[in-house]
Design a protein around this ligand. Structure first.
Ligand code: PRT
Ligand code: MG
Length: 221
């Protein structure tokens, strides 16, 4: 029997992947929010789930420590997706990658004047590409979280971060001034595993694809 390992992160990726797993007949035997276990069994004896940081999912899949994983496009774009196959946009954990500034900062005129902007972000590559394409000069400051704080305490003029409801921006008196890209979670698959264990993996991909399509049809009416 081929054993299949799926890498997921806790929180929104795990909870929004649950219905897709269910469509493939997979039910986790534990809840990662309450369990400290990092390897979780499922209702299918051949399938287990490993719980890793969101930004570590591509690493586990690239090296084959997991056969499949679910990772945000933000993470995949930032790290590159070498060695992993991306068969499916799961259309979950949706948000937008945006540039945001304090509500009283005149971003457009700073850009027009060719000012050099300090931008705090955890997405250095994405931010560098975005501003280079626009011809905006930036000094990038790498942060690991809570980017919204940086402009409030004078660490940066602007941030590049994910926005979903917009309430974090509003709560911190920031406004989005540029939309970099839409983000959703993707299914990623180790290329060698797909060749060696395709008979076990392909039906999972198909079940996920069916569930995504059913959800989209449901959302359309
Ligand atoms: O939290 P941790 O440091 O462990 O890692 P992580 O933040 O990368 O993981 P997690 O679970 O928070 O996010 C996993 C994935 O969910 C991300 O890689 C995205 O692809 C996706 N996603 C979707 C989001 C959001 N929506 C989102 N809103 N990830 C983060 N946010 C944050 C955002 O950074 C901002 O601070 O939520 C805040 C804004 O939310 P709103 O609703 O106030 O706009
Ligand atoms: Mg987070």
């Amino acid at each position: 029997m081929n054993r299949i390992t799926i890498a997921l992160s806790k929180g929104r990726i795990f909870s929004e992947t649950l219905p897709l797993l269910q469509a493939a007949g997979i039910r986790p035997l534990e809840d990662p929010e309450s369990s400290r276990r990092l390897i979780i069994g499922t209702s299918r004896p051949d399938v287990s789930i490993i719980i890793v940081r969101a930004s570590d999912v591509p690493t586990y899949v690239r090296y084959g420590a997991a056969d499949l994983g679910v990772a945000g496009k933000d993470v995949l774009h930032e790290q590159g997706a070498e060695g992993v196959y991306q068969p499916l946009d799961l259309a979950i954990a949706r948000c937008r990658m945006m540039v945001a500034v304090p509500a009283d900062f005149d971003y457009a005129s700073a850009v027009r004047q060719g000012a050099r902007l300090r931008v705090a972000t955890k997405y250095l590559k994405t931010a560098r590409e975005h501003f280079a394409a626009k011809g905006v000069h930036v000094d990038l400051i790498k942060l690991y979280g809570s980017m919204e704080l940086a402009p409030l305490v004078g660490l940066a003029d602007a941030i590049v971060d994910l926005v979903s409801t917009g309430s974090t921006l509003r709560a911190n008196n920031l406004i989005a001034v540029e939309d970099i890209m839409p983000v959703s979670a993707r299914l990623i698959v180790n290329q060698a595993a797909l060749k060696l264990k395709g008979a076990a993996i392909q039906p999972l991909i198909d079940a996920f694809a069916g569930a995504v399509q059913a959800e989209e049809a449901h959302a359309a009416d």
